[in-house]
Design a protein around this ligand. Structure first.
Ligand code: NAP
Ligand code: MG
Length: 484
């Protein structure tokens, strides 16, 4: 039966098959090349946010488990990895990249089941981008002297890496690939609600015969992450997550010799100038905030429109969101999948409530939502002002605020006047205006007449409360080496 929808046409369901995605009932910690039971004997469930069913049990690493993982990484660093030539390290990375490609479908389905993101995204973006990061950094492994000419490049040792739930496999690849390419060994902690793809990556790493201990994957909650941050043998912490936890980690690292890079929250502005191609801009804005349910640090969550175009933009946006399909993440037609957890779902609903209290006009599409699971309709918050909480604070959901401006100076002020500085989007047909604006926006990544374009060779990172350090590209190597 075709799906019931408010659209003027209907799509028959087109669910991706789960046949190739084998899930164990229980996943142990990946330490020293082996799946190891946690010393704590404790496990927790990972859920599918699309229907709230448990998918598998995952081990909860205690302080002793973290210690074992760090020691295995230290031993692998001293005995094997630090002695291996760059071209040999590169071969392992190429192998991991190819194996991710071979198991792409399985990984994509698993990622959608565990995180709630639409299969179209995990299949077309997350998994290929994860493989591409390994390919890209494999290429640097034997060329570090060209990356840093006239300098002696030294690896750091054991690096601790902590990642969030919004791009679980891709974040693991962003972190692991440059660390291994530069000769470090790794202990990685995925987010508690999305550990499964990192554990599949552990299987791949095992199948690639990476020397035991070079990559260790420890699952657990915040306390597991904190044990890793505090461990004295860890030389660097790479953290992606919320600004709140990032600040806490910064305090924990203060006074130690640990290096630190923080990729934190964002509240990106899209700026539509009057000379922009409005239809193109609408597509970019839809992609920028509703892609991955808006659970993206660089999501274009604030829209600034030149006043004389506001009416047209609002009319077109309302029409466009009405056509977005919200529902089963495994359905190939789905545009907006499930929100990753009940906690995140409640947070988004709370912000929509705050917007109502602040007197904003709340416009949502009229689609029907599945009875079970955590779904939010695409939401526009109109008549927003700079002082509104929904403009200043990161919502991390499919919610877009809209403000208008008259002059370019006003647009710059509105865009910059927030605590974050991760990304921004400019929509204009005039190159000179794009250059002028992009030189004045305080954002680490600025897209022009496009949005959410990623490439392993491009650096990514923020200003202000969005953190420091860059990942991706040549810049992404820098925080994993000492230069002499
Ligand atoms: P989060 O709560 O800060 O968690 C991130 C990671 O840190 C998780 O693995 C978490 O474990 C762990 N953690 C929690 N408490 C910790 C502690 N005291 N010590 C060490 N580790 C700890 O963030 P999230 O809610 O998962 O992710 C959403 C946030 O990430 C958003 O703010 C988003 O903007 C940001 N983000 C930024 C980027 C970027 O590149 N700038 C990319 C993606 C996401 P548990 O999961 O078990 O709590
Ligand atoms: Mg899950």
């Amino acid at each position: 039966m075709p799906k019931e929808t408010t659209l003027s046409w209907t799509y028959s369901p087109a669910p991706e098959s789960k046949d190739q995605t084998f899930l164990k009932e229980r996943y142990d910690l990946f330490i020293n090349g082996k799946f190891t039971k946690p010393e704590s004997k404790k496990y927790f469930h990972s859920f599918n946010p699309a229907d709230e069913t448990p998918l598998a049990q995952v081990a909860r690493a205690s302080e002793k488990d973290v210690d074992a993982a760090v020691k295995s990484a230290a031993s692998a660093y001293n005995k094997v990895w630090s002695k291996l030539e760059g071209k040999e390290r590169g071969k392992y990375l190429f192998r991991i990249a190819r194996m991710i490609q071979e198991r792409a479908k399985e990984l994509a389905v698993l990622e959608s089941m565990d995180s709630g993101k639409p299969i179209r995204e995990s299949r077309d973006f997350d998994v290929p981008a994860a493989a591409n990061h390994f390919f890209y950094y494999a290429g640097w492994a034997d060329k570090l002297e060209y990356a840093f000419p006239n300098r002696k490049v030294e690896s750091l040792g054991v690096v601790g890496q902590i990642i969030p739930w919004n791009f679980p496999l891709l974040m693991a690849a962003w972190k692991i690939a440059p660390a291994l390419a530069t000769g470090n060994t790794v202990v990685l902690k995925p987010a508690e609600s999305t550990s499964l793809s990192a554990l599949k990556l552990a299987e791949i790493i095992k199948d690639c015969d990476l020397p035991p201990g070079v990559v260790n994957i420890i699952t657990g909650f915040g306390d597991t992450g904190e044990y890793l941050v505090k461990h004295p043998l860890v030389k660097k912490i790479a953290f992606t997550g919320s600004t709140e936890i990032g600040k806490h980690i910064q305090k924990l690292c203060a006074g130690t010799d640990k290096k630190l890079s923080l990729e934190l929250g964002g509240k990106a502005a899209h700026i539509i100038l009057e000379d922009a191609s409005i239809n193109e801009a609408i597509e970019g804005i839809i992609n920028g905030i509703f892609f991955n349910q808006g659970e993206v640090c660089c999501a274009g969550s604030r829209l600034l429109v030149q006043e004389n175009k506001a009416e047209e933009v609002i009319t077109k946006l309302k029409a466009r969101i009405e056509k977005l399909i919200v529902g089963d993440p495994l359905d190939k037609n789905t545009d907006i999948g499930a929100i990753n957890s009940k906690m995140q779902f409640d947070k988004i609903q709370n912000y929509i409530g705050i917007a109502k209290q602040e007197g904003l006009e709340v416009h949502q599409s009229s689609c029907t939502l599945p009875a079970k699971g955590f779904y939010v309709r695409p939401t526009l918050l109109l008549n927003a002002a700079q002082t509104n909480r929904v403009v200043q604070e990161e919502i991390f959901g499919p919610v877009l605020t809209l403000q208008t401006f008259r002059s370019i100076e006003e647009a710059i002020e509105l865009a910059n006047n927030i605590p974050y500085g991760l990304s921004a989007g400019i929509w204009s047909s005039k190159g000179s205006r794009i250059f002028n604006l992009s030189s004045k926006l305080k954002a680490g990544v600025i897209w022009a007449n496009s949005y959410n374009k990623f490439d392993p060779s491009s650096p990514f990172g923020g200003y202000k409360e969005s953190g420091f350090g860059r990942e991706g590209g040549l810049h992404g190597l820098r925080s994993y080496v000492n230069l002499k």
